[in-house]
Design a protein around this ligand. Structure first.
Ligand code: 5GP
Ligand code: ZN
Length: 136
């Protein structure tokens, strides 16, 4: 299923041109328009799924297998020192385009990309509540 007005549907299916670094029957991998680092790319499925929860398991497996394959290729081509695989679900998690995508972010020593968070301490209260929730 394609969504009429979805920009990533159009990019994935070549209706809008993009800087494509890889393509197969199910996915297109394109350079991000506003990269965090040099080579930042996006894996886009050619079918429309708003997020990971809408995506069938067979697609998930193919998507993350491709992330690993692209990561290895990007390490080789871009000579980066590390690699982030990021996948946002929901506005609260930073998702801005509601067509599933995986960010492939090559990392270079001291690149200043700032992909991090403020570390807090796991409280005893939170730990107890969370563990009880999962055991229920
Ligand atoms: P999100 O925040 O939803 O996880 O990521 C959306 C990503 O898509 C952002 O990194 C943004 O720069 C990228 N992006 C948004 N629109 C376009 C576009 O038209 N072309 C490309 N190549 N990237 C886009
Ligand atoms: Zn779409």
């Amino acid at each position: 299923m394609k969504e009429e007005k979805c920009i990533f549907c159009k990019l994935a299916n070549g209706e809008i041109p993009s800087a494509t670094i890889y393509e197969n029957e199910d996915f297109r991998v394109i350079l991000d328009l506003n990269p965090a680092t040099k080579g930042h790319a996006l894996i886009l499925p050619k079918e429309h799924f708003a997020n990971i929860f809408e995506m069938p398991e067979e697609w998930e497996m193919k998507a993350f297998a491709l992330a690993k394959k692209m990561g290895a290729k990007m390490m080789e081509v871009l000579k980066c020192d590390g690699f982030n695989v990021i996948q946002n679900n929901g506005a609260a998690a930073g998702q801005t385009v509601f067509h599933f995508h995986i960010h492939l972010i090559p990392r270079y020593e001291n690149d200043g990309a700032g992909i991090t968070w403020v570390q807090k301490t796991l409280s005893e209260e939170d730990k107890k509540e969370i563990l009880e929730g999962f055991r229920a």
